[in-house]
Design a protein around this ligand. Structure first.
Ligand code: FES
Length: 165
């Protein structure tokens, strides 16, 4: 992408550096067949999420229609077009956890966080997602915050767990 377009897309120098990194990723992978998903993954790691300006940048640099890039971004749930929270909460809704109260955890967290599943709290502190079995089935219901696994979680304890963050 030429300098002028890059300047229009970027809000500051830090952002410009992220676009540079994404441009490098595109250069590295764009000749490989089916590399769009991989490039989007890496771009999300670099930028934190995939807003429209990042999608436009990728489409332009890969010579693809924006509709194709946006179509992939919206199809896969692991891509996010919204900024992510500082911490990610994943409540397990695998069979064991679902049966043993996972749904109650989700409901209580929706109240406490004041956001729906897939959303991010207004203060940007937590993103809230579902997981499919996190390997703690014997001690269900389980959830994770970032890399930390919480087992046999009681919905009444959620408030104090969140307060640790
Ligand atoms: S089903 Fe929840 S940890 Fe396995």
């Amino acid at each position: 992408m030429n300098e002028v377009i890059l300047k229009v897309l970027c809000e500051d120098e830090a952002e410009e550096q992220k676009f540079d990194q994404i441009a490098n990723v595109i250069d590295l992978y764009k000749k490989e067949r089916g590399s769009l998903i991989q490039i989007l993954h890496l771009a999300q790691e670099i930028f934190g999420y995939l807003p429209m300006k990042v999608q436009k940048f990728i489409a332009h640099n890969m010579g693809l229609p924006l509709s194709e890039v946006s179509g992939v971004v919206t199809f896969y749930s692991f891509f996010s077009t919204q900024p992510r929270g500082k911490h990610t909460i994943r409540v397990c809704m695998g069979t064991a956890c679902y049966v043993r109260g996972g749904k109650k955890l989700v409901e209580r967290l929706q109240e406490l966080l004041e956001t729906d599943l897939g959303g991010t709290t207004e203060d940007g502190k937590f993103s809230f997602e579902i997981a499919r079995c996190i390997g703690a089935c014997g001690l269900a219901p389980a959830m994770m915050i970032d890399g930390e696994v919480y087992k046999q979680v009681n919905p009444n304890k959620l408030e104090s767990i969140l307060a640790e963050y």
